[in-house]
Ligand binder design. Structure first.
Ligand code: AMP
Ligand code: MG
Length: 324
């Protein structure tokens, strides 16, 4: 776990225009000084991420929000007060302090206060904003442990802060509060039900939200193995069929099928709680890659609460891969 000397070192790296991998409660981020366009550009190079894909600016406290955005609508104020620090990202109109490099050229900016002691210590000591996407190569599975970060980025990152395994395990919920009604751009750690309870109105989940949201691309959050989603009642038969056809099949076995015996290359029994499932999801996908699986078969969880975020990531992981 990072100590105070590490925080000071990480601050120095950020001030010098370097990149720091930092723990948050969602996933590990690859951070740079949000106000340094050259450092921000290095994030894109390091990840292999197209420069039009906007990043999230992480700040130390809700009180700093006004410094980074043009205006704070009432709904945004309410959500920030209720959910920060926490896995909620608000999209607002960009303040002058935010370079266009960090927003992928957009006039809006995504801001969040992460709920992790190491991230908060870093942000407080640094004083400014740290812009960070997940600390993985573009399109790949997000890292939820320091070992995942090292496996993804190795020496490409100047300093890595260890904050232990991530508590939430999937990325933040992104809510656009620039329009008339708040809209969820990406489901995540804060559920739609939580948002609606606080706002006292239905929150939209637009079906398609334009290509500038990387989470909306067909293939994202993807392990090396192909991912196939099947109906639960067909899962065992499909897995055995594929295994028989020569695939090395990895199965993420839903709790409802816990007693089923599946002949596959590797089987991971999914936890019953959605919290534990979200927490473990990316690690399970990485493990099946490690075991040498070339096809992962699973079924979607019920799309309510955290299940919506898990289903969203699994759908992207199963999305059509770019042809090289
Ligand atoms: P990551 O999930 O690690 O790729 O990190 C950034 C996420 O924040 C992406 O899904 C972005 O699309 C989203 N994001 C950042 N800024 C904006 C913005 N201005 N509008 C919509 N989404 C944004
Ligand atoms: Mg990402």
């Amino acid at each position: 776990m990072a100590h105070i000397g590490d925080i000071e070192k990480a601050c120095g790296v950020l001030r010098a225009g370097g990149l720091v991998a930092l723990p948050t409660e969602t996933v590990y981020g690859l951070g740079a000084n949000a106000e340094d366009p050259v450092a921000v550009a290095r994030i894109f190079q390091t990840k292999g991420r197209p420069p039009t894909h906007p990043l999230i600016v992480h700040i130390a406290a809700a009180e700093q929000l006004d410094e980074w955005v043009e205006e704070v609508p009432a709904a945004a104020r309410l959500l920030a007060r209720r959910f920060w620090p926490g896995p909620l990202t608000l999209v607002l109109r960009r303040g002058r302090r935010v370079p266009l490099e960090a927003t992928g050229g957009l006039e809006t900016v995504a801001v969040r206060v992460p709920d992790h002691p190491v991230a908060l210590a870093l942000l407080s000591a640094f004083g400014g904003g740290v812009t960070a996407p997940s600390a993985n190569r573009f399109g790949a599975v997000s890292p939820t442990t320091v070992d995942h970060v090292r496996a993804e980025l190795g020496d490409a990152v100047d300093f890595v802060l260890d904050g232990g395994p991530c508590e939430v395990g999937v990325e933040s919920t992104i809510v656009d509060v620039t329009g008339e009604n708040p809209a969820i751009l990406r489901p995540g750690g804060v559920t739609r039900e939580d948002l609606e309870a606080v706002l006292g109105c239905p929150v939209e989940v637009p079906a398609t939200t334009g290509v500038r949201v990387p989470g909306q691309h067909p293939s994202h959050y993807a392990p090396r193995a192909r991912v196939a989603l099947v109906e639960p009642e067909k899962l065992v038969a499909e897995a055995e069929l594929a295994q028989g056809a020569g695939y090395r099949v990895g199965v993420l076995l839903p709790p409802a099928l816990a007693t089923a015996r599946v002949k596959a290359h590797a089987v991971i029994a999914l936890p019953g709680s959605m919290h534990a499932y979200a927490q473990g999801l990316y690690g399970f996908l990485r493990d099946l890659d490690q075991y040498g699986c070339d096809l992962i078969i699973t079924s979607l969880p019920a799309e309510e609460g955290l299940g919506s975020a898990i289903a969203n990531r699994l759908r992207r992981a199963a999305g059509p891969r770019p042809t090289a």
